[in-house]
Design a protein around this ligand. Structure first.
Ligand code: KG4
Ligand code: ZN
Length: 336
């Protein structure tokens, strides 16, 4: 089955053609970073407008790269939510129009489920059940996954998402947008033990997260520790971001491992933009290895927003005969 997938939930326009839910024939992503960079974050109105400009050429490119025409496609999958509603509506309206005009089966996909399923694009995907951590700019949640469509949420952030904390700290330090990859890079030569930022573990068995405290701690640190003369400022910034990253990573790793142990699961899957973080990837491997847990990490390009992961989920549902109505709406929040 050949699925054409479209993703426009935030600031990346994505289109992909996936064969049998696993093999990528094309996966095109057009990033809007240049548009939003000067504002230090995504401007929803600008994101929607950019999606309108990009969606047709990006889908055309995905078909061209796959050397296919629309006539050869068997079904269409599109992100329905959660995300920025104006952005979602562009992809959704486009996909519905194509489905209506072509008569192709059509399915709306949950963005979080798509992130959690990105691992099935890898050569050696995990078997169910597993613990899935989705950690992105909008979400930080732990799930028990027993199959496609079979999820139990084990925990979630009570305030900021981890990626949001990365982006806010980077903005605070004037480092640019998106903050995650910049902090990831700078941290490599910083001292992660320079400053002890708080780790919110909440109650002993809780699998919930909280990242607003660590963000506020960085704000307070900057108030009480003015930037030193120019010479030392690079070390100063690197030590702050490296220590901040260490605090966030430590909590993410601790809770994910704890989730596996509490639920007797042997496999762990990471997903979402922050799962591209090199320190997180290193630490989860180390901690899991010691406990005989197996970790599955999607390639960085499948961690951040892309349409290929939407195609994986779309295929699973279309294969079962599920269809969405052409009256399908987009939702900014959508439970899994
Ligand atoms: O999954 P994603 O592309 O979009 C959402 O669904 O939110 O995730 C974007 C988030 C941003 O907050 C970005 O700063 C963060 O993922 N991110 C990273 C890294 N790459 C992207 N955070 C930490 N380290 C990275 N290498
Ligand atoms: Zn995402």
């Amino acid at each position: 089955m050949l699925v054409l997938a479209v993703e426009t939930s935030c600031d990346d326009t994505g289109a992909a053609v996936i064969l049998d839910g696993r093999k990528i024939l094309s996966n095109v992503v057009s990033s809007q970073t240049a548009v939003h960079q000067k504002y230090g974050g995504v401007v929803p109105e600008l994101a929607s407008r950019k999606h309108i400009e990009s969606v047709v050429p990006i889908v055309a490119e995905a078909l061209k790269t796959a050397r296919l025409s629309l006539k050869e496609i068997d079904g269409i999958a599109v992100t329905q939510g959660p995300g920025l509603v104006g952005s979602l509506l562009v992809g959704l309206s486009f996909a519905k129009s194509v489905a209506f005009a072509s008569g192709l089966p059509f399915i709306g996909v949950n963005h979080i489920e798509a992130h959690l399923s990105a691992i099935f694009l890898e050569e050696q995907p995990p078997r169910f059940p597993f613990v899935g951590l989705v950690v992105s700019g909008g979400h930080t949640s732990l799930f028990r996954m027993d199959g496609f469509g079979k999820f139990t949420r084990l925990g979630q952030t009570r305030d900021d998402a981890a990626g949001e904390a990365f982006d806010k700290v980077a903005k605070l330090l004037g480092l640019g947008y998106p903050g995650g990859p910049i902090i990831d890079q700078l941290s490599k030569t910083g001292n992660p033990r320079a400053i002890r930022f708080p780790r919110a573990v909440l109650s002993k068995n809780s699998l919930d997260f909280s990242f607003s405290g660590v963000k506020t701690a960085v704000v307070n640190y900057l108030k009480t520790h003015p930037k030193p003369p120019e010479d030392d400022s690079e070390v100063f910034i690197k030590d702050i971001v490296s220590s901040f990253q260490e605090a966030v990573v430590e909590v993410l790793v601790k809770k994910t491992v704890q989730a596996a142990q509490q639920h007797g699961l042997k496999r762990i899957v990471l997903s979402g933009g922050v799962a591209a973080n090199q320190r997180l990837r290193q630490r989860i491997q180390e901690e899991s290895g010691e406990r005989k847990l197996k970790v599955y990490l999607p390639s960085p390009a499948f961690c951040t927003d892309n349409a290929a992961m939407v195609g994986v989920v779309g295929y699973e549902y279309l294969k079962r005969g599920l269809r969405s109505p052409l009256s399908l709406n987009a939702f900014s929040s959508m439970p899994l």
